[in-house]
Design a protein around this ligand. Structure first.
Ligand code: CA
Length: 223
């Protein structure tokens, strides 16, 4: 899961970024409005944490632009503005949730999980794909009832594919789920990780469409 963090306060930004990394998310932290806006236009994110008072461009304007481009990814506003009008404006502009600073990092983590569940159209934290079960809240995986240990990047690949069974993700899309900006992408990393995942979860768990990408078959067998 890749999260864009738009926050100009160093202390809050680094605390939130640290907490998200601990939880296994890939995080891009941007500290001004125009760069956050450009990243959202160019990048493929699963969720945005958006401060309202950002240098260069207000969070609300970024949010309105995002929704005008018909991007539906979940947006959680994080701000010190706790006036009712401000919350209403944020939610009306298309935010999914609103957290007033100072907030508790555990609460933020729970709201992120909840927003991601809703955006994937799920009500609970679990996914079942054949004999493989994913607990998205605990980031744990079981095969036929037995726990399986995946590395953080292996898990990132499995999660990205499992959230949309049947959908093909290209190697570049999987790399986006595995690495933040500035991290060096190892060549063949996707292939190496998928090899390891197949060893742990079954050779047929992840399928390859040559030259296009990878997918996990839908549990009902439909394409
Ligand atoms: Ca700010």
């Amino acid at each position: 899961m890749r999260i864009l963090l738009a926050e100009d306060d160093n202390m809050i930004g680094s605390a939130v970024r640290e907490a998200l990394l601990q939880d296994g998310y890939v995080v891009d932290w941007l500290r001004d409005g125009p760069r956050a806006d450009a990243a959202l236009a160019a990048g493929d994110y699963d969720l945005v944490l958006l401060d309202l008072g950002l240098p260069g461009k207000e969070g609300l304007d970024i949010l309105r632009g995002l929704r005008a481009r018909r991007k539906t990814l979940p947006v959680i506003i994080i701000t010190a503005r706790d006036a009712v009008e401000s919350r209403v404006a944020g939610l009306d502009a298309g935010a999914d949730d609103y957290l007033v600073k100072p907030f508790d990092l555990d609460e933020l983590a729970a709201r992120i999980r909840s927003a991601l569940r809703r955006s994937a159209g799920r009500t609970g934290p679990g996914l079942q794909l054949g004999g493989v079960a994913l607990d998205l809240a605990r980031r744990s995986v079981q095969r036929d009832g037995a726990p399986v240990t995946l590395s953080a990047r292996e898990y990132a690949i499995v999660e990205a594919l499992a959230l949309r069974p049947g959908a093909i993700l290209s190697r570049a899309q999987l790399e986006e789920r595995m690495y933040g900006w500035g991290e060096e992408i190892e060549s063949n990393a996707v292939e190496v990780h998928i090899h390891a995942i197949r060893r742990k979860l079954g050779a047929e768990f992840i399928r390859n469409v040559r030259g296009v990408g990878y997918y996990i078959p839908r549990p009902d067998g439909a394409a």
